[in-house]
Design a protein around this ligand. Structure first.
Ligand code: AMP
Length: 287
């Protein structure tokens, strides 16, 4: 496994792979790997000849009040885990490499970013879209794999790729959960044992909503009231948002039809967690 630190070297490597007819898959990450990341890599290993994983904690997607400095990092552990799942290259640029002095160009996806995390984190998607564009031009992947845990991010990147005619296939991967249902996240390490228990209110309320949906409930407000009720009666929690949106546009819906997503962002103590569940009429029909 190679570790590449500069954009120029990454581009040279990618070009040589392409000249040999190899298909490159990319898994962009901020590191501190868990099974969710490793599952993205396993898929990348299957669908590409050359698997690149980027590890870069992108300052452009953090507000000054957020956890950029505190974000967990452990490169040696990540390196061993990546090697274990057959990663070919870790691309690990530093901030000077990604945003050199005088940097001034950003990518903005206008509509899919207006709701949900775009409200509470106004610069977040601009940072994500910009860094993904830069990673795409560095790694030159045929396929890039994103987790649906960050559902709005996945939709936004798909939209950006379509709008800018980028020749990259975006693949979405289902959410990897702990055995008790908590969505895996690098930020889960921030949780105290008591908060860890309260964090289960996210996945449990999504399961409650799934049950209502399975019984035929299609009124978003009815489902959201039950979801909010369950979370807000759990200690240490503060709901940032709980919404049901169209899965392609990320606009709120009143009535659930077609493909929609119930998206949650909840503060548990000082840790902001997100989770979601997709409702899809076509997939949920049992024949
Ligand atoms: P991060 O390092 O948190 O920026 O995540 C890197 C990639 O892993 C993103 O595409 C995330 O959506 C994905 N990811 C993170 N956690 C999970 C999870 N529990 N299940 C599936 N994908 C995940």
């Amino acid at each position: 496994m190679e570790i590449i630190k500069t954009v120029a070297e990454m581009q040279r490597f990618a070009e040589s792979q392409r000249l040999q007819g190899k298909r490159i898959s990319l898994v962009p990450t901020m590191g501190y790997f868990h099974e969710g990341h490793l599952n993205l890599m396993r898929l990348g290993r299957k669908i590409g000849d050359c698997l690149v994983v980027s590890i870069y904690v992108n300052p452009a997607q953090f507000a000054p009040t957020e956890d950029f400095e505190a974000y967990p990092r452990d490169f040696e552990r990540d390196r061993a885990l990546a090697e274990g799942v057959g990663v070919d290259v870790i691309f690990n640029p530093d901030n000077r490499e990604m945003y050199p002095d005088g940097y001034q160009t950003y990518v903005e996806v206008q509509e899919t970013t207006k709701n949900l995390c775009g409200v509470s984190r106004p610069h977040f998607f601009r940072g994500v879209a910009t860094v993904c564009t830069k990673l795409f031009h560095s790694v030159k992947p045929h396929t890039a794999i994103f987790g649906k845990k960050d559902f709005q991010q996945y939709v936004t990147i798909r939209q950006m790729v379509r709008d800018l005619n980028l020749d990259i296939e975006i693949v979405g991967m289902e959410i990897t959960r702990e055995p008790d249902g908590l969505a895996m996240s690098s930020r889960n390490v921030y949780l105290s044992p008591e908060e860890r228990k309260s964090a289960l209110s996210l996945s449990r309320s999504l399961a409650l909503a799934g049950g209502l949906y399975a019984q035929g409930e299609r009124n978003a407000a009815v489902i959201l009231e039950k979801v909010r009720g369950m979370i807000s009666t759990t200690p240490y929690t503060q709901i940032d948002y709980a919404k049901i949106c169209d899965a392609a546009t990320i606009k709120d819906v009143d009535h659930i039809e077609g493909e929609t997503v119930l998206a949650l962002a909840v503060w548990v103590g000082k840790t902001r967690l997100i989770d979601n569940r997709v409702f899809n009429d076509k997939q949920d029909i049992t024949i």
